[in-house]
Design a protein around this ligand. Structure first.
Ligand code: PGA
Length: 255
């Protein structure tokens, strides 16, 4: 089986001013100098990208943005393009986070356009999918994921998607302290990988990273990472503190 380098990503959401973000990022850089088992990414707010980049540049930590707009430029007040993110030092961009779907009208169609813009600019898209509590309870988990994955990736070919990362984030587990059990997460990750295999073939599906997100903490990361199809984590709350995020980055497992 293909070995996939784990990716541990921190989504800082709407927390931290530029100065605060820079301080946390600088602490993190020092704490993870020895962590060579995983790729590490942090996604600060747009206003903190430049100041964070100054302290992570040349370190083990990469930077991502939390969203982008699909047009290259134009009269789109308040929006940020892929090219602007690249110029600010981003290598990754989170797309379709459930909070964006819930509060800001993100749909599978806008996710689809954003993936194209990210790829074209050379950003690695971290595409978020996940079911709500109601959808899980009514037995729709797999059909919801099927639709989110297929519509999100519609029209792209395997050669476009070499940097694609998918993050499975059950909406009911985000910021709630209710983590999916590692078996629940593994079941869904395996399902997503088989969907990708149907769409793009076995070699690609075996090489693509699927992250788990939703109340990941230092205490549960190792059990999650021990699962065959869990290739990393997208961490919200526990990534805001450099010590706790570093403990997550230093997870210990034997697959
Ligand atoms: P959480 O957030 O770790 O605070 O649950 C995860 C996310 O929203 O990416």
């Amino acid at each position: 089986m293909e070995t996939r380098t784990p990716l541990i990503a921190g989504n800082w959401k709407m927390y931290k001013t530029a100065a605060e973000a820079r301080e946390t990022a600088a602490q993190l850089v020092n704490l993870v100098t020895d962590a060579d088992g995983a790729d590490i990414m942090i996604a600060p707010a747009f206003t903190a990208l430049e100041s964070v980049f100054m302290v992570i540049s040349g370190s083990r930590v990469s930077m991502g943005a939390q969203d982008l707009f699909w047009e290259k430029e134009g009269a789109y007040t308040g929006q940020i393009s892929a090219e602007m993110l690249v110029a600010a030092g981003c290598q990754y961009v989170i797309i379709g986070h459930s909070e964006r779907r819930q509060y800001f009208g993100e749909t599978d169609d806008t996710v689809n356009k954003k993936i194209g813009a990210a790829i074209e600019a050379g950003l690695k898209p971290v595409v978020c999918v996940g079911e709500t509590e109601h959808e899980r309870e009514s037995g729709q988990t797999f059909s919801v994921l099927d639709k989110q994955v297929k519509m999100g990736l519609k029209g792209y070919f395997v050669e476009d998607l070499s940097d694609l990362v998918i993050a499975y984030e059950p909406v009911w587990a985000i910021g709630t302290g209710k983590t999916a059990t590692e078996e629940q997460a593994q079941e869904v990750h395996h399902y997503i990988r088989s969907l990708i295999e149907d769409l793009y073939g076995n070699a690609f599906s075996e090489s693509m990273r699927i992250l788990y997100g939703g109340s990941v903490k230092p205490a549960n990361i190792s059990a999650l990472m021990a699962m065959a199809d869990i290739d990393g984590a997208l961490v919200g709350g526990a990534s805001l503190d450099s010590e706790s995020f570093s403990r997550i980055v230093h997870f210990k497992i034997k697959k």
